[in-house]
Design a protein around this ligand. Sequence first.
Ligand SMILES: [Zn+2]
Length: 464
Amino acid sequence: MAATAERPARIVIENCAVATVDARDTEYAQGHVVVAGQVIESVGEGKAPEGLENVVRRIDGTGHLVTPGLVNTHHHFYQWLTRGLATDHNLFDWLVALYPTWARIDEPMVHAAAQGSLAMMARGGVTTAMDHHYVFPRGTGDLAGAIVRAARETGVRFTLARGSMDRGESDGGLPPDFAVESLDGALAATERTVARHHDASFGSMTQVAVAPCSPFSVSTELMREGAGLARRLGVRLHTHGSETVEEEKFCHELFGMGPTAYFESTGWLGEDVWMAHCVHMNDADIAAFARTGTGVAHCPSSNARLAAGIARVPDMLAAGIPVGLGVDGTASNESGELHTELRNALLVNRLGPHREAALTARQALRLGTHGGARVLGREAEIGSLEPGKLADLVLWRMDTLAHASIADPVAALVLGAAAPVTLSLVGGVPVVEDGRLLTVDEDAVARTTRDEARRLARVTAGEE
Ligand SMILES: [Zn+2]
């Protein structure tokens, strides 16, 4: 019988552990989830209700844990082509080493890199991804369109943070002049990207945010006018903030204030803003984020890779700041998958002053799901398993060598090895089954990304 709006197709998952990540962290040792069309219809203890109509699929989840799909809140897809370079640098030296290569990207490279980044995350349980793309060399095609197309092909929900840079070396910035846009050009292109791709409706697969790159690559005018543009268009704002001590010094020297005060002075604190990193925040900075509802994308692996420091996540959570997780670009986190961020968020924060009380396994899972949904402004739709929310969920296999002897499934997911994904759904549509992507050919993506990475290296060396 065909599914219709009145008679949606149902998928029943039962006999598995369920971590809902709802407001009370409700869990069921043996529970069920019923999906109807694109939404979750019921979640609960024991078997699914009897007599459900139009059940197109019934899954025995024995030996599995089901959770909300993981939500990634900070990434730079194009960096998939420059992994494993400048491996022993701090942020500023790493940026200066890589900008000349990044400035040579073109549309086929960006599309391939986006496919690689998205495929890697999706096969590891990410159901909502984001890309902060801020390198738009002149005459290189429709880069934003290529990224959005890759997300559609992969089948994950997606936010494109349309980035920009207009403070080149000759204006005291870090990027070379040929890698930056003009102020007016960046604003006009960002507005066009919102008009073309942003969908604000329930269940939207594509949203766009306004996202100048960082204080040290963007003029104060672009920060200010970018904030005004986002608010006029009703979209969110994203940038990098308070990542390193060098950035703090840069802000003091150039603007006579620290990064958070600078953000406040340019209209960049608010509940429609989320910022990557936020490592170097004092108590007043944390209070300002809490007061304004500004969100944070915590990227512990990248922060460790670039020796940036440890963000004060326990203090942010205690203050009520929305915090999600981000892999950051894969030039500073070669793995490019979100499981390591759940694990490292917990481990890295326990190395800080709060020690063993810093974060629990369940708080780490919350950061990677519900926290990410809040940060992206989509908590009414995704981030927890509750009736009426979108059916973005992952069925993790917990009965293999890697996890079978770990007592608690949530601890197994967060602290154990990356768990195999038996099934992931995005809006009720299967994207991964038995560890393989259904939407794109992983081996073909691997070949294309390798070829495009080599072409980028040749172009940068002046060989093409
Ligand atoms: Zn970043």
